[in-house]
Design a protein around this ligand. Structure first.
Ligand code: PLP
Length: 402
């Protein structure tokens, strides 16, 4: 008999707050979010009624599509305080990260006649790590800096890593697993003193933190719609003027030639709406969610001994909690929770490997596997938080007894 299996399978949880008993309680909103009803509504006309190609302004439908794209671009740009022409639409954050990193490094190498040195932090999402590793195969050198035990990269550590040929630094805004927020203001100052381009993956930060692109000082910034109650399949790279980028694909010249291909109008319109909703009452919403997240952590700590928080609780997204449950095998913990609670052991894209993020902040593989990332959504209630506490407590205490 597997650990605690029989008693756990008999557990019954009546889940309130919009979830039926059969549907696991949702605490995995950093993986993705549902489309907000307002987003679905604004997208509707662009499937059948206004289905023109925004690049084809010889037709009325094309002109309408072009106007709708411009308006959406303007709205999205306003949410970030950038000029609309600084936004390049992509299929999501993965593509935006690839375009930023491969695009800038290759453009710079063409100009200089040789590949240069790249710096990143070892807790990045795979969509940053993997293109950087591709660049290594192409002859670039790469330094992956370890954060401190709280998950933060210090300015001092970054400054020690610069070399004469460093061309690009990529440090994520907020971490997708442990939610910690990097000190970008300090990091960008160091980069700019040396004329080095700074890219930041803000897929998790956008919609949770106020982002003013100009104030932030990054040169390249990645965002994605499906993390902010927008549609899947659309994101953007925000580019400062005069940052050289070599496109990843070639074609009809859309998006100033940086990302050719017919624009996904319904998704772009939905993205802009989602962005507007996300900055509406942002502070109020985050304060409420931070309170709920803190209640969740306090409740769990009161009921379950031997939990370790992963990452600092100070500079952290309001919706994120990530902790290690000592004394339990990870796969058993996750299997036992699955019928009752949607949560994650790491990022949604980690392919079952122990989290590289948790290992970078000092957890062993075993500890990383027995860790839980709980992420709250905009509609999460105190009842759901209390339910989650009960579910996790019962599962953990039963497994530890077995
Ligand atoms: C920090 C971060 N970067 C990039 C991505 C990839 O985003 P997308 O699914 O839009 O390609 C994610 C999504 O998991 C993420 O959390």
């Amino acid at each position: 008999m597997q650990e605690g299996r029989s008693s756990l399978s008999r557990m019954k949880f009546t889940v309130s707050g919009g979830n039926s008993p059969e549907i696991p309680l949702d605490f995995d909103y950093q993986a993705t979010t549902p489309c907000a009803p307002e987003v679905v509504e604004v997208m509707k006309p662009y499937w059948n009624d206004f289905w023109g190609n925004a690049s084809n302004r010889q037709t009325r439908a094309g002109t309408q599509a072009s106007a709708a794209t411009s308006l959406a671009r303007e709205k999205l740009a306003n949410c970030l305080n950038v000029k609309p022409d600084r936004l390049i639409f992509t299929s999501g954050a993965t593509e935006a990260n690839n375009l930023a990193l491969l695009g800038h490094a290759r453009a710079k190498a063409l100009k200089l006649g040789k590949p240069g040195h790249l710096i990143t932090v070892s807790t990045e999402h795979h969509s940053v790590r993997d293109p950087l590793r591709q660049l290594q195969r192409e002859g670039f050198s790469l330094t992956e800096l370890m954060p401190n035990s709280q998950g933060i990269l210090s300015a001092e550590k970054l400054s020690q890593a610069f070399k004469n040929d460093t061309i690009l630094v990529s440090v994520m805004f907020a971490n997708n697993e442990i939610g910690v927020v990097q000190p970008l203001a300090e990091l960008q100052e160091l980069c700019h003193k040396r004329g080095i381009i700074l890219h930041t993956d803000a897929a998790q930060a956008f919609g949770q933190l106020n982002i003013d692109f100009h104030q932030l000082g990054a040169d390249l910034l990645t965002i994605s719609a499906h993390k902010i109650y927008g549609p899947k399949g659309i994101g953007a790279l925000v580019m400062r003027e005069n940052v050289p980028i070599l496109p990843l694909q070639w074609g009809g010249g859309q998006e100033q030639g940086f990302r050719p291909g017919t624009l996904a109008l319904p998704l772009i319109v939905g993205f802009a709406k989602a962005a507007e909703l996300s900055i509406n009452n942002l502070m109020e919403r985050q304060t409420r969610l931070r309170f709920l997240r803190d209640q969740l952590w306090e409740g769990l700590q009161q009921k379950i001994p031997a939990l370790i928080i992963n990452g600092t609780l100070e500079n952290r997204l309001a919706t994120n909690l990530n902790f290690t449950v000592l004394g339990i095998r990870g796969h058993r913990l996750h299997r036992a929770l699955r019928p009752f609670l949607n949560c994650s052991s790491g990022s949604a894209c980690s392919n079952g490997e122990p989290s590289h993020v948790l290992k970078a902040i000092g957890r062993t593989s075993k500890e990383a596997e027995s860790s839980l990332r709980l992420s709250l959504g905009r509609e999460t209630t105190i009842e759901q938080v209390n339910k989650a506490i009960d579910i996790i407590t019962k599962v953990v205490l039963d497994l530890r007894k077995a």
